[in-house]
Design a protein around this ligand. Structure first.
Ligand code: PMP
Ligand code: GLN
Length: 394
């Protein structure tokens, strides 16, 4: 017997960088700008509804696709913000966070050896879910272009598609770069999906976090011509309603795609979070003002952190959306983000995440690190003061 009982294909994955860095923050008493979770609660109406549901007996298995009120709220929300019309009975499935939706989608849609086109840096669960399914990832690298905005090369994207391409797994707004894909970029992806008869799976957990200075507002790929029938759209309550620990997510799309995901999901978790489902339904129905304030609030925090990072001597790359901003450590004499982040708590009591772990081509991200700004203003200010020590002679 080998000493590690883990199946071989999962051995390269180790412990996620988020777990490692959050543990480092706790161990060193540092400010955690690594893992992306807010340090304040979401809307009080949602929290009250969860308490009522808990006390009101909503504590047994909900229906497999999710409770009708939540499915209705998900479709009404998609219609209100993105103009997408869905049947709440056949075109929606509630999942244990976006993470389960991504995993179930890969397991449901990919045969072993099928290829999945994705963009790197990629959210870490993508690589693991693709591998669990026995599929092969075909990453296309995002690189800072003129002005620092992350871009991809059209030829590289085209070259990633081929006869074994099963689907493209796209995250926009994009973690960790903060990139929001433009309509022109999405159109290219849509054309290639159609040319190669591939599906698209889109992770839009940051759909409400696109800042006013982004090149364009958020555009769901599913809304582009020819894409509705081939796109599975994934989102989650965690980010939009500051409840990352609830793990209530969903997938929407044409009935055959949703049914495929649901048939796998039923054997992963079966169902999840009964008392939280009615609460998320309430949150999704909040007036437009909630979503507008949420965005404006996070944009203010982004600006606050970015000023601190610039002051500390980082080269900060533009973040158009999400909870995150990336920075180049080169001006501070850094060459390797992983080393830099491991040393940062001892140097100044702040934790960040190296983005090289989200690339196959690690060199492309070696000098880049990610900071989360979904934190209280006083926490951001404290972190900024600590980071200022980096550029001051000891
Ligand atoms: N996708 C992306 C791009 C993320 O940043 C995250 C982290 N929240 C997730 C998926 C996971 O979402 P959830 O917590 O709903 O599973
Ligand atoms: N999505 C969060 C981030 O990118 C972390 C989620 C996790 O810890 N797996 O920071």
């Amino acid at each position: 017997m080998t000493s590690d009982p883990l199946v071989e294909r999962m051995r390269p994955f180790g412990t996620t960088i988020f777990t490692e860095m959050s543990a480092l923050a706790v161990r060193t008493g540092s400010i955690n700008l690594g893992q992306g979770f807010p340090d304040t609660d979401g809307p009080p109406e949602m929290l009250a509804a969860a308490g009522e549901a808990l006390r009101g007996g909503a504590n047994q298995y909900p229906p497999l696709p999710g409770i009708p009120a939540l499915r209705a709220a998900i479709t009404a929300h998609e219609q209100r913000f993105w103009g997408l019309t869905r049947d709440p009975d056949t075109e929606v499935v509630v999942t244990a966070g976006a993470t389960e939706a991504v995993a179930a989608a890969m397991l449901a849609l990919c045969e072993p050896g099928d290829e999945v086109v994705c963009f790197e840096p990629y959210y870490d669960s993508y690589a693991a879910s693709i591998t669990l399914a026995g599929a092969v990832r075909r990453p296309v690298t995002l690189r800072p272009g003129p002005g620092g905005r992350y871009e991809f090369d059209e030829g590289e994207l085209r070259a990633a598609f081929g006869p074994r391409t099963r689907l493209v797994l796209l995250n926009s707004p994009h973690n960790p770069t903060g990139k929001v894909f433009t309509t022109a970029e999405l159109t290219l992806i849509a054309e290639l999906c159609q040319e190669f008869t591939a599906y698209a799976v889109t992770d839009e957990v940051y759909e409400h976090l696109v800042f006013t200075d982004a090149a364009e507002p958020h555009v769901p790929l599913a809304g582009l011509p020819g894409m509705r029938e081939r796109t599975l759209r994934i989102s989650s309550a965690g980010k939009t309603f500051s409840c990352t620990g609830w793990k209530v997510g969903w997938a929407t799309g044409p009935a055959p795609l949703v049914s495929a995901v649901q048939r796998v999901k039923q054997f992963l978790t079966f169902v999840n979070a009964s008392p939280l489902q009615p609460a998320v339904a309430v949150a999704l129905g909040l007036p437009d003002g909630y979503f507008e304030r949420f965005r404006a609030d996070l944009q203010g925090r982004r600006d606050r952190l970015v000023s601190g990072l610039v002051e500390a001597g980082f080269e900060v790359l533009p973040s158009e959306g999400t909870y995150f901003v990336t920075a180049d450590i080169t001006p501070l004499g850094g060459t390797d983000g992983a080393e830099f982040c491991r040393a940062l708590p001892a140097r100044c009591g702040v934790v960040a995440v190296p983005t090289q772990v989200f690339y196959d081509n690690r060199e492309a991200g070696r000098h880049l690190i990610r900071f989360a700004f979904c934190k209280r203003e006083e926490v951001i200010d404290d972190a900024a003061q600590r980071l200022a020590k980096l550029s001051r002679p000891a």
